[in-house]
Design a protein around this ligand. Sequence first.
Ligand SMILES: [Zn+2]
Length: 268
Amino acid sequence: MLWLLLISVLLILGVFVLPRARLRYVLAQAFPLNYSKILRKNLPGYTRMPTDLQMQLKRRIRQFLYQKTFVGCGGLRISDEIRVTIAGKACMLLLNRETEVYPQLTHILVYPSPFVAPRTQMLDGGIVTHTNQGLSGESWSDGRVLLAWDQIAHHPDNDAHGHDVVMHEFAHQLDSETGSVNGAPALSGAAAYQAWSQVMQREYAHLQAALQHGIHTVIDPYGATNPAEFFAVSTEAFFRKSTALADHHPELYAQLKGFYRVDPREWM
Ligand SMILES: [Zn+2]
């Protein structure tokens, strides 16, 4: 009986108390100077963000780096620059929100450049095709995100077009926290879901129609693939092309502003 009690106490200590105490200790440490330098270099808009948001971001980054494991793939060696840049962009999506830091995510696999992922597709008549696709990033619901490093830090094409593969994949992570990846992340209640789905459906249909007529769009055409990609691509535009998105899609911008609880026009 005494042994059982002792084992229970040790279990509670090991699973609940000690990790939380350790996290509190980690968060209380000063933010390393070289991390701040990396944020200034690789995080667009960081230097213009209000100080309180910078502080929040740094705290989230510390937690992210403490809780997640980075794995270098294809010969890539994980550096502070890789860890802090990815954590910084991922945590930009969590500002002003009462939330854990991507609780389902455990591993970030980083490749030096776009990686090949085998794909199996079931076609009509039971035919299965296998293809190899070059990918810049991928979000899995089993706790993994895959990223190509050369697509992340100041990639000239991506900067020019407002693409951000890290924000894209971590928007999918937020989306998956509800249990299904469908373009509707966790919102505050039934009314919020109704407003979200009305605006998203309308904007999604507009994007598809614009592409059919060859009209240039602020939102990347890849968003017309399905509602989940629409949310991920809209998230990139919200943070990286804020003014253009707000000007051309005010209702969509308002929904994203409500969800992300920041207005990136103030600093991007
Ligand atoms: Zn995607």
